[in-house]
Structure formats: C-alpha cells, structure tokens
Design a protein around this ligand. Structure first.
Ligand code: THU
Length: 127
C-alpha cells in the first residue's frame, strides 16, 4: 500500500500549494479506489484526495456499507489528517468502526477509527 500511495502522489494536481495528497480506499469487495487532490486557479475549487476517491467510488456504484478502509498519504514530511469537509464526507459513507490509516512515506503510520477522527458528526439522524 505504501508503494502504491507514493506512486499515486505523483498524479496529484497541486501547482498552487505544491502539497500532494494521495488516498486509496479499500472496498469490501477487495477493490481499491484511488484519489488525489486536484487544485484550481480559483483556489476554492480544489478537490481533496479523500473526496475524490469517495466520489469516484460512488460514481462506480458503491454504496454506504461497501467502504472498508481509507489510506491517506501526503507529500510533506509529517502525517496529515483529513480536513473537516473530508471527515464529514467520510462519515457519510464509512461505518464508525472503519479505519483511517495515515501513512508516511518512510515507515511511519497511524491508524484511527472513523469514530475517533470524526466525533459528533452531523448525519442523516440530525435531519
Ligand atoms: N488536501 C487534501 O487533499 N486532503 C485533505 O484532507 C487536506 C487538504 C489538499 C487540498 C489542497 O489541494 C492541498 O491539500 C493543500 O490544502
């Protein structure tokens, strides 16, 4: 997985921040769905790697319950956590016991449950 994420970092389109993010989602059926951040000259149009991967999976026909685990790697030297917009989208599709793996480029990694990384989510129960 680490090698795949490192290769995927190269595909990020981040000419403005130069901060590359790669995400791979492991699906319940054993498939892996990639995502990278895609920036825009209109900065607010940037799409994060996590949401890119999740929305790709949805476009492929996957539903809540099909999402198993999410891996994230950034081009910086430290591990980095998903932004809060991505956390909100993660809670929409992943079970609270699913794992979020922050993977470093050189052997370090940290794993969190969705419930730890995304406490007190706003979800369909709130509507
Ligand atoms: N970014 C992600 O891809 N995922 C996150 O969870 C945090 C931020 C991207 C967005 C932007 O292209 C760059 O990182 C700097 O914020």
């Amino acid at each position: 997985m680490r090698e795949e994420l490192i290769k995927l970092l190269d595909k990020a389109y981040a000419p403005y921040s130069n901060f590359h993010v790669a995400c791979i989602i492991e699906m319940m059926d054993g498939k892996y769905i990639p995502g990278v951040n895609v920036e825009n000259a209109s900065y607010g149009g940037a799409i994060c790697a996590e949401r890119n991967a999740i929305t790709t999976a949805v476009a492929m026909g996957y539903k809540r319950g099909d999402f198993k685990k999410i891996y994230v790697m950034v081009s910086g030297d430290k591990l980095s956590t998903p932004c809060f917009i991505c956390r909100q989208v993660i809670t929409e599709f992943f079970d609270k016991d699913s794992e979020i793996v922050l993977m470093g480029k050189v052997g370090d990694s940290k794993t969190y449950k969705v419930s730890e990384m995304c406490p007190y989510p706003f979800d369909s129960e709130d509507l």
